[in-house]
Design a protein around this ligand. Sequence first.
Ligand SMILES: Nc1ncnc2c1ncn2[C@@H]1O[C@H](COP(=O)(O)OP(=O)(O)OP(=O)(O)O)[C@@H](O)[C@H]1O
Length: 578
Amino acid sequence: MKYYIYLEDYAICMSENTSLKGAIKKLFNLINLEKSEIKNVYIYAVLNGAIILSLPLGIQAIINLMFGVNLSTSLVVMIALVIFGVLLNGIFQIKQMRVIEKLQQRIFTRLTFAYAYRIPKINLISIDKYYLPELVNRFFDTATLQKGLSKLLLDLPTATIQVLFGIVLLGFYHPIFVVFGITLLLVGIVIFYSSSSKGFTSSIEESDYKYKVAFWLEELARSIKTFKYHQQTDLHLKRTDDLVGGYLNSRNNHFSVLLLQYRVIIGFKVIVTAAMLVVGAFLFINQVINLGQFIATEIIIITIINAMEKLIISLEVVYDVLTALEKIDKVLEKPLDNDSDELITLENWLPVDGLKVTATNLNFGFEDENLILKDINLSINAGEKVCIYGAQDSGKSTLIKLLTGLWQNYNGGLMINNIPVRNISPSVLHHEISFYLTDDELFTGTLIENITLGEKDIDFNELQKVIELVGLSDFVSRKRKGFETVLDSQGKKLSYNIVQKILLARCLYKKPSLLLLEDGWMYIDEESKNKIIAYLTSKSTNFTMIAVSNDPAFMAKCDKTFIMDGGKINGYDHVSTG
Ligand SMILES: Nc1ncnc2c1ncn2[C@@H]1O[C@H](COP(=O)(O)OP(=O)(O)OP(=O)(O)O)[C@@H](O)[C@H]1O
């Protein structure tokens, strides 16, 4: 876990607004995190700029010395100095590259950990309207950021410093050069400032389409069997065509801004070249400067022109970097679960065997939607086994999800052990509650990781008991690698029966105080199902269980059954199990 240290720092990079100003702020926040490395880049850039521009002075001196006929030691010293300058320039470039490489590695590490740390903590309501794996595609902009940022840090400061130094240096030959330079710089800055906002918006739009295209291709890949048998409708191509059209359109918009800015720089370059050459030639003809000085001014002018070429190329990279930061932040800016110090934490939570759950006039609806749960009232005592039964679409899953404490934007009261759920920290809820929802999935990893979620001190006795209970023992013993068998993403190569058993084992191994289940044995074979139901409803277990099921055999074994209809609890049966 040695790279883990980069984690918390990145938090300051986040903010909700998408604007050029916001993106520039994010860029500076990121730069601020790496200021010691970046300071070195700038030191090398300044030193390099100074060396490159001092070379013409050296060459000017050499020419003057050569015209002075006597091949003195000063000439040898001068030549040696110029050669040394070139060598030093190379050494600084290598140092700069080293710093940039380190910076790229740090950016990748920082962002990867920021994603890995934050994803499990994201407030689920805030991402309800997104498909999270699609949103996480933005992580790929890390590569744009790594490459772009290093290019910006290498080329932009060096080029800018060279242009500024060049103009200042030319000023020593004649002040008119400085007047030209400053006027042109000001005109350039005004044009850039006025067009950059459009450049940024169009770059964001282009990137939005890029992700829409990527998502559509992922959807095609995910539903390959469906599309394979419906290719005659051409939906796969039609939708692609629409998205590519949008992408090209926004790219053209962005390119038109780049073109305008390129033209400004090219105009700038032409004017500088013309003015400097004409003025230089005029000053030379009028013998204000000598041949050595004339050649030196020309070398400086060529350096300035090269630096401007770099600025032209960097321009697109500036937009790419700002857009990449904005996109990467799409996941990082999402609010996290409330984990303030005022909440009841694990340290001051009294361990209990079963949780009491009470809902009073509980109402819940998704953003901009009608209420799904209406005026729910229920009281479930610690250790009770309860079934929630009802018509399809009546809100059973939504109620179960609300009871997990994952969604807290409800109205009315929801309490666990007489404490409002909103006053209990996520760490307590995660520790005490276990749930199986129909959309739960396996992840790429070993069987044991999928059950224990990487727990350090695995209780193998408990694990064995759970495996036996859910009917997984045969599966585990058949596998050559047993618990170390690697499962693929979503358990695609396993039967539903096995997948559901593994997911149930994950719930039970945790020994929860409150177990929430949604159709927890739908795919499980009859023998195992009976065993599981007998265990879950047994009087000898202390945990509280609330399970959505329309299975009459299960219902009959529960202490209570709540009947849901149209988002309401329309009745409840108290089943006596004797
Ligand atoms: N994440 C969501 N965002 C918006 N609406 C949702 C979301 N989840 C569920 N709904 C809506 O809430 C309503 C109740 O759904 P829910 O899944 O809770 O019912 P259910 O009784 O479990 O249905 P079923 O037995 O068919 O699974 C549905 O109309 C559904 O479309």
